[in-house]
Design a protein around this ligand. Sequence first.
Ligand SMILES: Cc1cc2nc3c(=O)[nH]c(=O)nc-3n(C[C@H](O)[C@H](O)[C@H](O)COP(=O)(O)OP(=O)(O)OC[C@H]3O[C@@H](n4cnc5c(N)ncnc54)[C@H](O)[C@@H]3O)c2cc1C
Length: 364
Amino acid sequence: MRVSIAGAGLGGLCLAQGLRGAGIDAEVYERDPAITARFQGYRLVLNQAGFDALRGCLPPRWHALLDAIVGDAHGERLVLDPQLNRIGELGPGRTGIVVDRHVLRHLLLTGLTVHTGAALTGYDVRSDGKVEARFEHGDPVVGDLLVGADGVGSRVRALLSPQTVPTDTGVRFVIGRTPLTEQFAGLSRAFGSKIAGDGVSLLLGAMRFRTPPKQAAEELAPEVALPDVGDYVRWAMILPPDDAVTPQEAALSRMEGWHPDLRALVEQSDPDNSALLSIRVVEPRARWTPGPVTLLGDAIHATSPTGGNGANTALRDADLLRRCLAEGSLVEAVGGYEREMFAYGAEAVRQSLDALPAYVPQTS
Ligand SMILES: Cc1cc2nc3c(=O)[nH]c(=O)nc-3n(C[C@H](O)[C@H](O)[C@H](O)COP(=O)(O)OP(=O)(O)OC[C@H]3O[C@@H](n4cnc5c(N)ncnc54)[C@H](O)[C@@H]3O)c2cc1C
């Protein structure tokens, strides 16, 4: 069996690793000209199910490395005012495992065949049941299965299920990261907490690697090359749709008079790893007849980041699909995968939308 995967995000790469482990030939086609072409390095919180799915797709010899390059999400979740005084509690928080998306992608890329600069433009299902994928540049590719893991704006979805379209929530999200220096160590009780300002909330989370990723790879799996990344603070603010400035300006304009450490944190952030994003969701509704083309991850169930479950669900898809493909005939395997994925994917989107209003600022 030969599988073509469109999209080298977490879901597509995790699937490719899982298929490689199952002895199934898989190649990945990524639109970006290079893996590091744009902002990709934010911190994700994985729950146990997401982490287990990821582990299940990776060769066991990398499990120790995976355990070394994550961090732990724990601690009190407080509501603080802009001067860092405690004014409430968010309640029991998300405990879990924090990973850096950029570092994880490098681990997932190891040993795979990934074609960059390969934007999928279309596909045809041929009379022999195989699927031919076409790209903006380069020759078409024929395989037994095409998996659209091409994110919220999925081209594969537009062709397979044209009625399934993203919804723009109208909410924007500014996210940045700042090295975790001595100066910001004192903010530690704000990590995992919400700073409630006048109509806006700043969310802070620390990425503390158990072992620096580059060092961990050198010690535990020398065939893996991981980036040299230090600990950092991820900050995020949800904004109404009318600000059109840089990510830092968007946040700072709403932080007049805030504690100097909070302002410094945003001022000192790395512009290459800061971004202003729109929150768009995709709700999986209409099923199609199972066949040689399917979808995975944000391409079919994009959640709001406030749910903290998009990556978890994409990894779950990858693990489920690789297990189905390793067991059954192609159409049965894809049908079984889609049946389960539609149910939990729809639930993940619903949960993330339920969590959104608590973070949306009131416009005056
Ligand atoms: C700021 C932020 C914080 C988040 N925090 C969390 C969290 O804490 N926990 C959690 O579970 N989730 C979180 N998420 C969600 C999570 O990041 C996504 O759900 C997850 O990355 C989706 O993975 P994916 O592989 O489906 O898609 P993506 O990671 O979007 O990958 C899609 C890939 O396809 C490529 N592509 C697009 N079009 C084409 C084409 N035509 N041809 C070829 N390639 C194409 C893209 O370039 C991209 O590389 C967060 C998201 C954001 C933005």
